[in-house]
Every structure is written in structure tokens, then in C-alpha cells.
Ligand binder design. Sequence first.
Ligand code: AMP
Length: 460
Amino acid sequence: MTDITLAPNGFAALGLAPELLAAVADLGFTQPTPVQQQAIGLAMQQPEGEGAAAFNDLMVSSQTGSGKTAAFLLPVLHTLVAQLAQKAQQAQQDAKGKRRNPMSPRHFKAAEPGALILCPTRELAQQVAHDAIDLVKHCRGLRIANVVGGMPYQMQIAKLQNANLVVATPGRLLDLQRSGQIKLEGVQFLVVDEADRMLDLGFADDLAEVHKLTAARHQTMMFSATIAPRIQQLAMRVMRNPRRVEIDSPQEKHANITQKLFWADSHDHKRKLLDHWLRDASIGQAIVFASTKIECDGLAEDLQQAGFAAVSLHGDLSQGLRNRRLMALRNGQIQFLVATDVAARGIDVPAITHVFNYGLPMKSEDYTHRIGRTGRAGRDGLAVTFAEFRDRRKIGDIEFFTKQRLNAEVVPGLEPRQRPVAPRREGFGGGGKPGRGFGPGHGARPERSGFAKPRFGAKR
Ligand code: AMP
């Protein structure tokens, strides 16, 4: 064990290993976030009648930005640290009286991690691995490896050797398992991060396979932004009596993120609004979201030509290029990242002050993930959405999903010429009364927010 002097820290009461408390203090975390407070305690508890090594299974609903990564990493690392210390002690005893043969050959051994974290995207997996490396800074001999598609196999295999905790995307992980580079039988802890996204991206079969390959595990934790019925069904298949943690944190409503909406008459008008906003002096760094990869590339190029330090990020770029661009964002070399939903998922850069929704998300829940890229680590953020009038149904869906009204504002000199359209639905709980409408040419002033809203359950 390392000799570490501890500052008083709210994490100490959770009973975590001193090495982890030191790392948490280094990161400047003084108090556990609500999801950490609840999940860490439960995850370290052992249920009765489940065998000496079993820990509670957990189903946690929490948003990115809530501190969920440390909520699942810390309890897992805590047990791995204790096991390593025990092993080291045992090895010391065994070594007494015996002499090591310095000539004994080193054989290739497949990696046999004790913990496996599954993430839906490469970026998220890299972010989680990065967080794990920060947390094991004081843990001697505890190794973290990252397994994601798009990276050279050989380098990944070399780094896998002796890894205790592996953070992976499912496809590449199963490739390496099938080719005998990694064995999953020894996995004691399985974490599925962003389970909802995992299912969206078609990983259900891969999850089932990992579930079978790690059948002897002692704990399963699933984290998801929403616990929709399909997530509950998955939870029932892969967990035993999971404890549920549902956090109604201010972050969930993104209380620290101001959300604004600007209506545009046309695509050109939308572009003008974006140009106006990108010159806002309060922007540190920003993500501009596009709907498609083509839009993403085109817009990044336009912005570069207009003199902005902007680059694109989407799934068609090589992993190496994506990493370099993310690094440039982290280092502050670029100010604007033009990205698609999948590529930007999980990006955690505290200097991001603004998120711009230039192309609207395909699904309402992606809106929540997008705006969560700003307002990180307790800071404030601003999320600005541009929508053409033909997108009003999508805006209604987003408001219904987030249960929050988007305030429509205008940029002086760039006001839309069109007017709101009726009917609009009152409230978000369903069953609202349609209000009086305003048609084009009625001379009514634009309302502060909202246009025609879809009825609950209406066909989209
Ligand atoms: P996550 O939800 O895991 O993506 O974490 C969001 C951000 O919060 C990351 O930048 C973390 O480094 C930061 N964070 C996590 N836990 C804490 C904490 N207890 N105190 C302060 N910041 C934290």
C-alpha cells in the first residue's frame, strides 16, 4: 500500500480504498454527486444468500454529466485494489524460501480482466478509460486497457496484457475474444454504460454474448439515461434482483444549461443565425451539431473558409483522425467542433461553453445528450437550437421528451418573417387543450415559445 496522507473528503465515508480517495482528491472532487452517493454504497454491499463473492446488481438511471462514470468505476476499482493487495501478500509468502529462475521463458498469455466496462461508442469508451486511469493513479499494479474498433490490433493486444479492467466497445471486444486474445471467464464485474444507446446502435446480440461469456460474474451494473421498457427487459435478462437508483438531479433537467430556440424561415436564414451566434464573444469552445455526416463536413469546411477554427467529427473518419481532432479540442487548438450525434457522445471538455443545434437530432433523447456536452463539471452552459418552421414537430417532440419548454427568441435584424402556427398544446403531461391559433398574416406577434405540438401518442 502507498503511504498517502488524506485530506477530509466526502468520499471517505463511502469506505473506499485510500489509494482511490487520494485520486479523487487529486481530481478535485470533494463531495460525491447524488448518483455517486447512492450507487457506490449499494454497489459495495453484498446481498444475503447470493454467495460470499456476490455484490448487489444495479440499474441506474442517470445522465452524462451527473458523475456516473466514477459512480461505477470506484466500487469496482475498490474491490480490484483489495484483491491485488491480497494477491501480492500471497505471492510474497509463496516466494519465501523459493528462488525465482531468471531464465524461465515468458509465454504469451491471453488477457484475463477482472472487470469489464462496455460502452456504445469509441469516444465514450476512451473517455471512461481515461477517467479510470486517473482514478488508479495511486494504485500500484492495477492496469486499465481500452479496446475499441478502428485502432491497430497489435497495439491494443500488447496493451491488453495483464489488464485488470478493460473498457471496450462490444464489436472489437468480441473479435479479440474469438481470436483468443482475451478471456472473459474471469470477469467478476460487468458494467454496461449507456445501455439505451447500446440497444439503439444494435448491440443487443453482442450484449447477450458477453452476458453468456461472463456467466460466473459477481456483479452487473447497468447505467442508462432512460429506463424505458426495453431497458427493463434487458435488465431482467442479465441481472439478479437489481437495486434501482433513480436520480432526479438538477442536471437531469439541465438546470445549469440555458436553452434557447431561434426560428428560421429557411436554410439560408438558419445559416445567418448561426454565423451571428458564432461571433458571440462569450464562446469559449463550442460543439455545432449537424444532422448528417455530409452536413457535418460541409459546414466545417464553410466555417473554416469563414475564418473559424473549426473541424468536423463523425463516424466516417478514421479513429486516428477522430482522436487527433478530439485532442485538438481538449488542448484548445480548435474552437468549434462540428459533429454528429454518435461521434460527439460522451465528449467531456469543461471549456465547452456553448452547444449549437444546427441540424436537429433524429431522436429527442439525442437532444438531451447533445446539450449535456456543455455545462460540465458544475459550470454553466448555453444550448442554442436553430429550427426551420418545417421542423416544428421535432421541436414539439423535444419539449415533450424533456418536459421543458424551449424559449424562442429573436436576433434583432434577423427576425423570422413567419408566425407561429396553431394549435399548441398546453403542458407536457398529455391531454392539453388546443389553444387559439395564429396563422401567417394574422398580424400576431411571435410567441415566446412553441409552435404546433404533436398530440401524445400521435403518429409522427
Ligand atoms: P460523468 O457524468 O461521469 O460524465 O462526469 C461529468 C463530469 O463531472 C466529469 O468532468 C467529471 O470529472 C466530473 N465529476 C465527477 N464526479 C465529480 C465530483 N464528485 N465532484 C466534482 N466533479 C465531478
